[in-house]
Structures are given as C-alpha cells and as structure tokens.
Unconditional design. Sequence first.
Length: 283
Amino acid sequence: LNLGGIFPPLATPFSPTQEVDYARLEGNLCRYASIPFRGLVVLGSNGEYPYLAPRERLEVVSCVRRALPRDRLLLAGSGCESTQATIELTVSMAEAGADVALVVTPCYYRGARLGGPQVADASPIPVVLYSVPANTGLDLPLEAVLALAQHPNILGIKDSGGDITRMGLMVHKTQQEDFQVLAGSAGFLRASGGVCALANVLGAPLCQLDRLCREGRWQEARDLQHRLIEPNVAVTRRFGIPGLKKAMEWFGYYGGPCRAPLAPLSPSQVEELRGTFSANGWL
C-alpha cells in the first residue's frame, strides 16, 4: 500500500450551532476531487477529533468514504487514550470504509505506552503511527518506532515533530522494512509522502511541489517551497485550526467555526494571517 503523495488532514466543518455539517463537508470534498491528492486524512488533529463523539467520528468516516473515489486512500484517526477503545474504534472505522488507521500516541497518563502492537494485531486494516508532540507533549522514541516498524500490519508513521534528522534516521534505518515515513507538515515535506494542514487551502501547489521533487526539479521545488513555508507556519503553529479554517474561506472552501473551546481569531489576527498569504503571492 503506497502512501506516496499528498494527503490533506481534513478540517471538520461545523454549523453555527456547532453540529457537524455534513453537507458542507461534502461540498469541500467535491472541490478537493479535482486536486491530485493520494488520499485524505480524517480525524487527525486538524479535524478536531478530541471534540467529536465516537458516533460522530464514524459518521465522518462514512461520509468521506461515500464521496471519495475508490482509488484514493482514506486514512482515519482512530486513536483513543485506552488500547481497548482504540481497537474497537479501529474495527468500526474499517467497517465504515477506512483504508488505514492513524493511531496517535496516548498522552493523558505519562506512564502509558503506545498500544501499537495490540492495535495492529487486532486491526483489519493497516496501521500508521501518529506522533504529534506539539499536542501530546510526547515524542515516540526512535527505538520504539524502529521496533514497531517490524510489525507486518504497521505501515508507517506520520511524524509531525519537525526533527529532520530524526525523520532521516527513520527512513534510513527502516529501508529493509515495509515502512513509510509521512511528513506531518508542508514545512518539511520530503519523505514518503505528506499529511499537510496547508493542503486544505493550497492543495494544488503542494501536489505540484511533490511532483517537482519526484522529478528532480529541485530549483523549481525550492522556489515553490519557500513561498509555502510562512503560510504553513501561519495555519499550524501560529494560528492553528482557527487560522486554517479562516484561510480556507479565502480560497473557496467552507471553514466555518471551530467547536468550543477553540476560539475564533481576533480581527488583528485575521489581518496578520491575510498578510502572510498576500506577501507570498497567494492572495
């Protein structure tokens, strides 16, 4: 199962009353269909998955699967704090149409270990590990990743930590395994593929960047990458999901509100965000 290419980690659209807006989700999916993504990620960090009930998480997977062509992969975040709950949700998401389960590091109890082997043993679909230390406060030790890479049902890792040396070591030390490393940001894209928040907004340029790199057109890739770095920082570390959803609206997608307690941007933050996209030639 080849994960090479670009995957947008979809934002979950909410109505003004903060219900999941499936019609708006389908509208965004129609627009994404014209972009050559390898597939889509649902219920990652940008999907506000901690704020969704298990029932809503399954409904989102079902909605996206119905709209997604079968030749495009659907990665679904099934991680929960307990291993048992993760296994149960993973099985349900597979039944709802997910191709791959994305399993985030549990973080509430510091002594907890990632139940990767148990989840992978029980999962009817391949598992991708998900390390996002900015949210969990934890980073999967490299030694643990290398050990888990040997499991036949663990396909790879989405690493959002931004440590290029660590990612390079993962790629190098798993060359003999069927293990793929996905970059978790457009700011450090070169790996097997990329799961990039900015792809919700600038999907076509990111797919172009991926193609330029694969064709070895490094100068063109470098020039394009430079124009993407500041907008990427703006919709990730700087302004987070509220910034991502605001930027989506400028490019014809539905962003809408976040679910409480995430707060909208202030007017001055909106202007700063717009200035970042304008300064790099996107608006």
